[in-house]
Design a protein around this ligand. Structure first.
Ligand code: FAD
Length: 475
């Protein structure tokens, strides 16, 4: 049911029907070349990360900072190197989510988020090691008790920048604590995000500690210049890709909501039109971060996948009401201006390495799968898992696509609270529905819980990790 519509857009929607569903030619070398290119690109990324770390450690040792004369010297040396490396990981942490398109294409938004999480933990561990070894080492050198050393460091004025460092450390601890799954679940997303932004303040404060207090940067001009360049490069990436690029895209594409269509209970599609959308180079399976410029919505961007292959004239997203913002999608005024950051993600045909494919969608996870089906050719099987028949979205579109593109489509309907429902998508069930599953590339998309379990079952059914492509609907 169409909830609201820009009538000038009706003509476009009509033109869209069949042309969107028509099959395209089979991709020749099923993503193998792209895979090799990505593997080479990833090696370059790792070489840059480890190369920079090596240069830093070398500059540090070369500057005579590694001293072993007494236990106090050893401890303070460990404190300094852990401090330097934590500052480096903090910069990497910022770059990982700077939305640098090249990095995003190589690694994928999902995997970058995982790297970001683990790097964050490693960064905090190094900061804490830095604090403990500093206090302990200086206490030995000064022949003070640990409490006296702490009060000297914080209040004595001997070590400048210590107060800012302490506040910075407290902010980083707050960020990591609020990101622990069990705590994060209890926090509103907006609060978690606001606390997360404090990490930037923490890193800035740590920098003001590093410059005046860090001996290696005060005394070694080369090391200081190297660090400054790293910080400036990080700042440039953040400003360019998080601020300038979205602003330029907003002016360039002039996106607006053209129609709002009800797809099922609590699920609506938004059709978004704009200028020159082919220049976005969006692929089926990708997602954007969408910001709707109306009152009460403009301050938050939400990730939603394209639910139809982009055709250069319009983009479609389909949203399930799962929280406060998504519940109000159906009321979106026609003509609302939209800013979209992206496209992001490697849940695309380009990641495919085999001719045979299995696509598994759980609930609203059908959105990128639906779009991918317009592009994927070859031996394709689709499993769409829902709780009730009412929850099946795009039924007609999927049936039409299955017919025109000749792929196998299974709707698996049932409540997972029942004994039978629990067996669905188990390794045995997967092998029963798709006997040659081990010979396929498998794409899995849905809510995080489902995606994690199904990915595990797919592996147990004989598919190697490198042939599984998962998109979890949570960052
Ligand atoms: C890559 C990706 C693609 C997605 N594609 C779709 C899609 O096609 N259709 C669809 O219905 N849903 C999709 N989602 C899920 C969708 O982003 C969330 O359901 C939505 O952001 C919830 O917003 P809310 O304010 O209504 O809910 P809230 O009650 O505020 O939050 C519910 C949960 O949604 C997540 N969330 C909330 N806000 C954000 C945000 N700004 N950024 C990231 N996560 C957030 C958090 O995990 C939070 O715990 C996708 C998620 C990801 C990560």
């Amino acid at each position: 049911m169409i909830l609201s519509l820009d009538w000038s857009y009706v003509v476009e929607m009509a033109a869209l029907d069949r042309s969107r569903l028509a099959p395209e030619p089979l991709p020749s070398a099923v993503g193998v070349r792209q895979h090799r290119r990505r593997a080479a690109g990833l090696s370059v990324v790792w070489a840059v990360i480890l190369g920079n770390a090596a240069v830093m450690v070398w500059l540090w040792i070369h500057g005579g900072n590694w001293t072993l004369k007494s236990s106090g010297d050893v401890l303070t040396s460990i404190a300094r190197i852990t401090g330097l490396l934590s500052a480096y990981l903090a910069l990497i942490q910022v770059i990982l989510l700077a939305r640098v398109p090249a990095l995003e294409r190589l690694v994928g938004f999902d995997r970058l988020s995982v790297w970001h999480r683990w790097n964050g933990h490693a960064c905090l561990d190094l900061v804490l090691a830095h604090v403990v070894f500093s206090v302990w080492g200086y206490a030995l050198l000064d022949k003070f008790s640990v409490p006296k050393e702490i009060s000297t460091m914080l209040g004595g004025g001997i070590y400048p920048g210590m107060i800012t460092a302490t506040v910075g450390t407290a902010l980083l601890i707050a960020v990591v604590l609020t990101s622990i799954v069990i705590v994060k679940r209890r926090l509103r997303y907006e609060w978690w995000y606001a606390v997360h932004l404090l990490a930037y303040a923490g890193i800035a404060l740590a920098w003001f500690h590093q410059i005046p207090t860090g001996n290696e940067l005060v005394l070694d001009k080369v090391a200081a210049a190297y660090w400054r360049s790293l910080v400036i490069a990080t700042l440039v990436l953040i400003v360019v890709f998080r601020l300038v690029a979205p602003a330029v895209a907003a002016l360039r594409y002039r996106l607006r909501v053209a129609a709002v269509v009800e797809e099922g209970p609590g699920v609506v599609s938004l059709w978004i039109t704009g200028r020159g959308l082919d220049r976005l180079h969006a692929r089926p399976g990708q997602f954007f971060l969408w910001r709707f410029l109306t009152r009460g919505r403009w301050s938050k961007a939400h990730p939603f996948s394209l639910s139809a292959a982009p055709d250069g004239r319009s983009l479609r997203i389909t949203v399930k009401a799962l929280g406060d913002d998504t519940a109000r999608m159906g009321e979106m005024p026609i003509g609302t201006r939209v800013v979209a950051e992206g496209p992001f993600g490697v849940f695309t045909d380009g990641s495919r390495r085999r001719e045979k494919v299995l696509l598994i969608a759980g609930g609203i996870g059908i959105t990128p799968v639906r779009a991918l089906l317009q592009e994927m050719r070859g031996d394709v099987v689709v499993i769409y898992r829902v709780v009730t028949a009412e929850d099946i979205l795009f039924r007609k579109e999927l049936d039409d696509l299955a017919e025109t593109s000749d792929f196998e489509l299974h709707y698996i309907v049932g409540d997972h609270a029942t004994d039978e429902g629990r067996t669905y998508l188990s390794p045995d069930h997967l092998r029963e529905v798709v006997p040659d599953i081990a010979e396929r590339d498998v794409y899995v998309c849905g809510p995080p819980g489902l995606t994690n379990i199904v990915t595990r079952h797919v592996r147990e059914a004989g598919v190697r990790r490198s042939h599984i492509h998962a998109e979890r609907f949570a960052l």
